[in-house]
Design a protein around this ligand. Structure first.
Ligand code: PGA
Length: 258
């Protein structure tokens, strides 16, 4: 493995955990990944738990992320949270364009792009999700879909900013289904994404940018996924709610370079 990209494993807790449960899980994650080196580790609790989880993680290497942000800075946007607010709560990463938001909450390619730009303007790290649905997969449209989503999501940013984006390739049919993409299939699409980034920003940015795989990642499949050259970590849903499982996925990413 010649890559120097530092793997990044992020836990997307989705709409799980009350505030007390989130602090307990964060403390357990902190312990589970203690002593693991060479991997960037992030947890993304529900927004209401960002502040208390930040306190639990204080002094550790575990980063804090939000699951979404609105692109406007302030104003009459009932229910929404701005990037600056998330930063003030201690978040340094923000997920943008998760397929659940695209499918259920109306996030369009244009909105994802605005969110990515807002997150970058706030000097936080966007974790930009892309991925095809089952119908698109079965119709052989995977490359076309992720190409469109990457081009749209990274529209209007410069090469230097692109370097700070983490892309998460998450086939919708693999999320929460226990049916992950094959390591080879996931690698192929992550390679397509890297080629799109090369086309947009040049070979050096494409070589440096990190691309995660997400969709039913578990301790049992993490090692084979991370053995693939284009896969630089994972966005983990279900398995991130059990600290030991999340820790095992992080350890698998650390072993990649070992
Ligand atoms: P999953 O979710 O690991 O539960 O499949 C991944 C995600 O949606 O980020």
């Amino acid at each position: 493995m010649t890559t120097t990209r530092r793997p990044i494993v992020a836990g997307n807790w989705k709409m799980n955990t009350t505030v007390p449960e989130a602090t307990v899980l964060a403390a357990a994650v902190r312990k589970a990944v203690d002593g693991v080196h060479g991997v960037e580790v992030v947890v993304c609790p529900p927004a209401v738990s960002l502040v208390p989880v930040h306190a639990v993680l204080d002094g550790s290497d575990v980063g804090l992320g939000a699951q979404d942000a609105y692109f406007e800075a302030t104003g009459a946007h009932t229910g929404e949270v701005s990037v600056e607010m998330l930063a003030s709560a201690g978040a340094t990463y923000v997920i943008a364009g998760h397929s659940e938001r695209r499918a259920r909450f109306g996030d369009t390619d244009d909105w994802v792009s605005r969110k990515v730009r807002a997150i970058l303007s706030g000097r936080l790290v966007p974790i930009m999700c892309v991925g095809e649905t089952l119908d698109e997969h079965d119709a052989g449209q995977t490359d076309a879909v992720v190409t469109r989503q990457v081009r749209a999501g990274m529209a209007g940013i410069g090469a230097h900013e692109a370097l700070g984006v983490v892309v998460a390739y998450e086939p919708v049919w693999a999320i929460g289904t226990g049916r992950p993409a094959t390591p080879e299939g996931a690698n192929e699409t992550c390679g397509t994404i890297r080629a799109v980034v090369a086309d947009l920003f040049g070979a050096a940015v494409a070589e440096a940018i990190r691309i995660q795989y997400g969709g039913s990642v578990t301790p049992a499949n993490a090692t084979s996924l991370f053995a693939q050259p284009h896969i630089d970590g994972a966005l983990v849903g279900g398995a991130s709610l059990v600290a030991a499982n999340f820790g095992a996925v992080v350890s698998a990413a650390a072993a990649r370079h070992g």
